[in-house]
Write a protein that binds this ligand. Structure first.
Ligand code: ATP
Length: 358
């Protein structure tokens, strides 16, 4: 792993450096305040392009006006996933250095807020081809290292994992900041806000929150806890180091490939098995029908059926365990090959029972 000392500045060459940093913590922990300060600092000191995406600002207002109109958790989940899709569209445009298109299925208000959020931070140009649902990226967005800071509670590990998957999909840097703040302080700050959340919600979240756990989850190893005190210079250094390390060591897709390959193998073998099973059944019943037409005596019909079913079971068993008894040294098992070999073996059996060659 490269260290932060190797980190390059704004004028780096080579592949674009893009990072996702998510903030996690209770309502009132100070995430939005922290995100604004961090983004200012990174722009100023590092010359990076930074986009803070504050979920509360982008999610449709209509849901937030009245507590009774708030969406159910399952709807929040869908909205969060929709927002991640928007981020993906933006990232694809940055990576490919092209315009950003609007996703086909989108919640109009949310998309509008998302665009405003990007424009306000000089990531999307105002002179856009919006009538065609296309958006031009600014020079800032495409020419500097870019950090997107996602500002939401992310209190379940599963919520954070969705962001990690996005980082992995595009080989981006990924890190997490946990804003550690006592429940009392959060409640007190929340109480002073014009649109305060019900205190009960914060109590509940405090009980349910799953803090980043790098010991348990390898994918959370780039995590840092920020205490609710003014940042000491040591904490500030740690933070910079975390961000640089994330940028310099994008998430690799290797583990996923191994998992994916195994999944593909299982799906593939399940399909092969299923198809083979169906086809072999048809062949057996067709052969039995022909045997009856040939007036094979009932006793022999019974023996033939037993032999064919035994052969079928052996084939399926071999396929299930990946044996290639009937398939020599071929790497890939094709259903058509299985069927050919089955026909061959079946014909050897059949000729014992049929009076004329079959
Ligand atoms: N370090 C701090 N010291 C004192 N007050 C703070 C601090 N950080 C934030 N606040 C205040 O606490 C309130 C909540 O802060 P902020 O909106 O940043 O929290 P948040 O974690 O983003 O909350 P939410 O998750 O509900 O959006 C604001 O009024 C803010 O000014």
């Amino acid at each position: 792993m490269k260290t932060a000392e190797d980190a390059r500045g704004a004028c780096s060459e080579g592949p674009r450096e893009i990072g996702l940093c998510l903030l996690c913590g209770l309502p009132g922990a100070g995430k939005s305040t922290f995100a604004r300060a961090l983004s200012h600092q990174l722009r100023l000191e590092r010359g990076w392009a930074v986009g803070v995406v504050t979920y509360d600002d982008v999610m449709p207002d209509a849901f937030l006006e009245e507590a009774s109109a708030r969406p159910l958790p399952s709807q929040w989940k869908l909205l969060r996933q929709e927002l991640l899709k928007y981020l993906e569209y933006f990232l694809m445009a940055v990576i490919n250095g092209c315009q950003m298109s609007a996703p086909p299925n989108r919640t109009a208000t949310m998309w509008e807020h998302f665009i405003i959020c990007l424009k306000d931070q000089d990531l999307v140009s105002s002179a856009a081809l919006e009538t065609q649902s296309c958006y031009l990226l600014t020079k800032t967005a495409v020419s500097r290292p870019l950090f997107l800071i996602l500002d939401d509670n992310f209190y379940y590990q599963s919520m954070r994992y969705e962001v990690y998957q996005l980082a992995r999909k595009y080989s981006l840097g990924f890190c997490q900041l946990f804003l550690d703040c006592s429940l009392e302080t959060c409640l007190q700050r929340n109480g002073q806000r014009p649109q305060a959340l019900p205190a009960e919600t914060i109590h509940l979240m405090a009980r349910k929150i799953e803090k980043p756990n790098p010991e348990k989850n390898a994918w959370e190893h780039n995590s840092l806890t920020i205490q609710n005190t003014p940042c000491s210079s040591e904490a500030s250094l740690k933070l910079t180091d975390l961000l640089l390390t994330a940028l310099e060591n994008p998430v690799k897709d290797i583990e996923d490939n191994v998992e994916q390959k195994e999944t593909d193998r299982i799906i593939c073998s399940t399909n092969v098995l299923h198809q083979a099973d169906q086809t072999l059944r048809r062949i057996v019943s067709q052969t039995m029908k022909e045997a009856k037409d040939e007036q094979v005596v009932p006793f022999n019909l019974k023996l033939l059926a037993e032999e064919l079913n035994k052969l079928k079971a052996e084939f399926l068993e071999d396929l299930r365990h990946g044996n290639k008894k009937y398939l020599c040294s071929q790497q890939t098992i094709h259903v058509s090959d299985v069927i050919s070999f089955f026909h061959y073996e079946k014909d050897n059996i059949v000729q014992k029972y049929f009076s004329k060659p079959h």
